[in-house]
Write a new protein. Structure first.
Lengths: 341, 235
């Protein structure tokens, strides 16, 4: 079947191409309905990735956060019309030790191959998870991002030592907010502190126990463990501040993506005996547990509603460009494309 | 019930290869008609997909269905009629015989040589036909349309802003279409170029569904070259 795929062919230029979907295979077919723009998409769209990366990856359809309706599933797992979240990580092998999202062989949508900006998306049936009926689709659209936070917290739970009196989250953006909401719902008794640069954004963390501007952290404040949700150029400052503030043998979970290597104070990492671990992306189990958490803690959906920024109805390539341009202007929140193309 | 009606009746005399109707030529590894059928096949709303082709090509088309389609049961191949609209009437007769016709029987008629139709276009056709009774897939005209009655001088240049180019699918409530068609005089039938016009001639509204520039009709050898190029992306 000749499927229309809307690929980024050069920075800020999207064009349609066609790819044959083999209907004789096991792939299910999903019609995207709500797609959410991520920073990673923006780095391709604006062309700020290194030239050799762009040359290697483009043309490629963007978007790895999205939901859709099942059109066709030869495996019979799903019925037509089921609303599912699509999993962008696509493993090609099984490993009993290494998680699917860390296998170097795994492919990832809108990074290693085409993302969800397509008329129809062909997926292996295990690359979709059923969403609860009646869920707000504009919020469910960025479930992938939520699952990344969930994944990091799940790993934290397995890695961090048992003293968890105070935990800090650095970053007052989307990722910091989502991680904080999830953490509080999963560890309600832990004293949760948020560290950010924007007082207005920090005010939105009403569920947290304390918020601090990173320029005015009390001298006597310490955290047992920390999450870094900053990324970019500010990663260095955030990580080194965490190293200063964190108690000995604390665990530092790194989630922020930086285009460049980040110098960190390893002397203090050694002296304090800290554990730094990275988390990236997520796998099927994270999606399943995230969706289960939506059901068991419905207040989460309410908190995430604050993140829904511009909703852009997509009827044309011009609309796609408009959505990406609008997304650049926002200070926080997610731009959601209502996919009608 | 909703039925897909794939019109493969043309003999393809405009193509360079006069031996084989254009819908049976291949793009990539499959005949054009198979690419088109697949778009309908994956849509669960279709109770049955009816393919209408010249009688001498019926067996060939059945063989293609057998070879390329996973579940051939959902696809029926029957003979078309002398004209496009007679062919559509054949499909309605088939539906009436096998399933019966009622007010909500919808047919989504589509050229077999438009394999780039999208899921979105088909879905909008179905919902629009259900809601309004008839719809036509169009794109805004980019070229100025010039009218000439004697084929020598311009009679009229309509305002381009109001002009659209018709594509397919065209979708209808089948019972209504049948009634309107058989109410036409022979003279009226002679000037019909497509089924939407039956509704228009009888004063019935036909709603517009937004098509796609790439939803091309493969009519000339040039179109086939374009289609081949469209499907040869770098990835």
């Amino acid at each position: 079947m000749l499927n229309a795929v809307y690929q980024l062919v050069a920075p800020r230029r999207i064009d349609v191409s066609f790819q044959d979907i083999d209907l004789h295979g096991d792939k299910m077919i999903v019609r995207p309905t709500h797609l959410s723009i991520c920073h990673a998409d923006q780095r391709y769209y604006q062309g700020v990735r290194p030239a050799e990366v762009l040359a290697k990856k483009l043309p490629m359809a963007l978007i790895h956060e999205g939901i859709g309706e099942v059109v066709y599933d030869p495996s019979g797992v799903y019925k037509a019309g089921d609303c599912v979240v699509m999993i962008p990580n696509t493993p090609v092998e099984k490993d009993d030790v290494i998680a699917e999202n860390y296998l170097r062989s795994s492919r990832f949508r809108a990074s290693g191959f085409d993302g969800f900006m397509q008329d129809l998306v062909a997926l292996d049936p295990d690359r979709a998870v059923l969403l609860p009926e009646g869920i707000d689709k504009t919020i469910a659209a960025f479930t992938e991002l939520v699952s990344v936070s969930f994944h990091a917290i799940r790993r934290f739970d397995g890695i961090a030592h048992a003293r968890r009196n105070t935990v800090g989250i650095w970053g007052d953006g989307n990722l910091g907010y989502i991680t904080a909401v999830l953490f509080k719902s999963m560890f309600p008794d832990v004293h949760l502190c948020i560290f950010g640069t924007n007082d207005e954004k920090l005010e939105d963390f009403t569920f947290a126990d304390a918020t601090y501007n990173v320029k005015a952290i009390p001298n006597d404040l310490a955290v047992d463990h920390a999450f870094e949700c900053v990324g970019g150029e500010a990663s260095q400052k955030a990580i080194n501040q965490i190293i200063d503030v964190i108690n000995p043998e604390g665990t530092l979970s790194l989630l922020g993506v930086s285009e460049y290597p980040v110098p960190i104070n390893t002397r203090m990492v050694l002296e304090k005996g800290l554990r730094l671990f990275g988390s990236s992306r997520s796998g099927r189990v994270d999606f399943e547990k995230t969706v289960a958490l939506y059901a068991s803690h419905p207040e989460i959906i309410g908190y995430f509603g604050k993140l829904v920024g511009a909703l852009v109805e997509i009827h044309s390539i011009a609309d796609m460009n408009r959505a990406f341009e609008l997304d650049i202007q926002k200070s926080i929140g997610k731009t959601i494309m209502i996919w009608s193309k | 019930m909703v039925f897909g009606v794939i019109l493969a009746g043309g003999m393809g005399s405009r193509m360079g290869n006069v031996e084989k109707p254009k819908q049976f030529l291949t793009i990539g590894e499959k005949p054009i008609i198979v690419h088109t059928l697949e778009k309908f096949y994956v849509n669960p709303k279709f109770e049955k997909i009816i393919v209408l082709c010249p009688s001498q090509w019926v067996e060939h088309t059945k063989n293609l269905v057998k070879k390329y389609m996973k579940d051939g049961e959902r696809i029926a191949v029957i003979s078309g009629g002398a004209t496009r609209n007679e062919t559509i009437m054949n499909s309605i007769a088939y539906i009436e015989e096998k399933y019966g016709l009622d007010e909500d029987t919808i047919i989504v008629t589509h050229d077999s040589v438009r394999p780039f139709v999208t899921h979105r276009i088909i879905e909008e056709n179905i919902s629009c036909a259900m809601k309004y009774g008839a719809c036509d897939t169009v794109i805004p005209a980019t070229d100025t349309i010039v009218e000439s009655d004697d084929h020598k001088v311009i009679t009229n240049i309509p305002n381009r802003a109001n002009m659209y180019q018709g594509q397919t699918p065209q979708s209808f409530k089948a019972k209504k279409l049948k009634e309107l068609y058989y109410a036409l005089s022979e003279e009226e039938k002679e000037i019909l170029t497509d089924a939407a016009k039956i509704f228009v001639m009888k004063g019935q509204e036909v709603h517009l569904v937004e098509g796609e520039v790439f939803n091309i009709k493969i009519t000339y050898p040039y179109d086939l070259r374009v289609a081949e190029t469209m499907t040869k992306g770098e990835k």
